[in-house]
Design a protein around this ligand. Structure first.
Ligand SMILES: NC(=O)c1ccc[n+]([C@@H]2O[C@H](COP(=O)([O-])OP(=O)(O)OC[C@H]3O[C@@H](n4cnc5c(N)ncnc54)[C@H](O)[C@@H]3O)[C@@H](O)[C@H]2O)c1
Length: 270
């Protein structure tokens, strides 16, 4: 997909952060956008900011039936679907021993199943349009990080699912492009909107993520859309993402002590 002019794009989690910036950038490049979120107020702000042809939909990506109904609704409203960006996501901080089953299920439902259902529901429409699918993983889909095991599990799962799907699309001779995105730290509300297993850690979690967030959502959106134009299999966002991507390649599983030390330093505020 070399240009977004006249294309119909779907963006989930469009009420904040990267999703909002994607909607604004897509409209600026001439796309029509189906923007969805559970946060209706945030979504309305996004539509106002973007101007252009944006339709908003209240959608919980953890609700399988709602996603399938959404795919049919968008296709009916716009007549086709060219680009789907499964962006909605949430954060959870807590050790394996601390986390509740409920919080683990919540993050898997949104961060993994939301992406899996979003991919499968829209796939027939993308095959028909020879379109492009983008799934947002994370640098935490590349390395394991203490207190992020459930987020790691969801984001590693998104990566495996998306990389397999890209190959299937090629084997089956479809013209569907598939990209997996691994953002480094992006300045968004993800930590503020997230959950912590130990309430005493909430402020520190927000502070730690704010400290490492190097990239603006607008810059992240530009990198994603440029990656789509080049049909990249893996889209890394930020110098931190390139460094983290290199860690396991260079050190193999010996990246783990490095991450453990860095993480302990961050948690002790050094
Ligand atoms: N911010 C970062 O540093 C960072 C790093 C790596 C990956 N990511 C990923 O980028 C994506 C976007 O996150 P962001 O940083 O813009 O966060 P954000 O919190 O600013 O935006 C996420 C949006 O998703 C929506 N959302 C949450 N649960 C939902 C649900 N069940 N159904 C529909 N919408 C829902 C929220 O309402 C919010 O508008 C996520 O998948 C996140 O995991 C973010």
């Amino acid at each position: 997909m070399r240009s977004f002019a006249g294309k119909v794009a779907v963006v989930t989690g469009a009420g904040s952060g990267i999703g909002r910036a994607l909607v604004v950038a897509l409209v600026a490049e001439g796309a029509k956008v189906a923007a969805s979120d559970i946060d209706v107020a945030g979504l309305a702000e996004t539509a106002t900011l973007a101007g252009g042809e944006v339709r908003t939909y209240k959608l919980d990506v953890a609700d399988r039936d709602a996603i399938y109904a959404h795919a049919e609704q968008v296709a009916a409203d716009f007549g086709k679907v060219d680009l789907v960006i499964n962006n909605a996501g949430v954060a959870l901080q807590g050790t394996v021993a601390q986390m509740s089953d409920e919080d683990m299920r919540w993050i898997m439902d949104v961060d993994f199943w939301g992406v899996a259902h979003g991919s499968r529901a829209f796939l027939p429409h993308l095959v028909a349009s020879r379109g492009h699918l983008v799934n947002i993983s994370s640098v935490f889909g590349l390395i394991g990080v203490p207190t992020q095991s459930a987020y790691n599990a969801a984001k590693f799962a998104v990566r495996g699912f998306t990389e397999a799907l890209r190959q299937e699309m090629q084997i089956e001779g479809t013209k569907v492009g598939v990209s997996c995105v691994h953002p480094g730290g992006i300045k968004t509300n993800i930590a503020r909107n997230g959950r912590v297993s130990n309430p005493d850690d909430a402020a520190a979690f927000v502070k730690a993520l704010d400290k490492v967030a190097m990239t603006s959502p607008e810059s992240a959106a530009r990198t994603i859309l440029n990656g789509v134009k080049r049909d990249k299999a893996r889209i890394l966002i930020g110098a931190d993402a390139y460094a983290i991507d290199a860690l396991p390649r260079i050190f193999g599983s010996f990246y783990q002590p490095l991450v453990r030390i860095a993480s302990s330093r961050m948690n002790s505020g050094r």
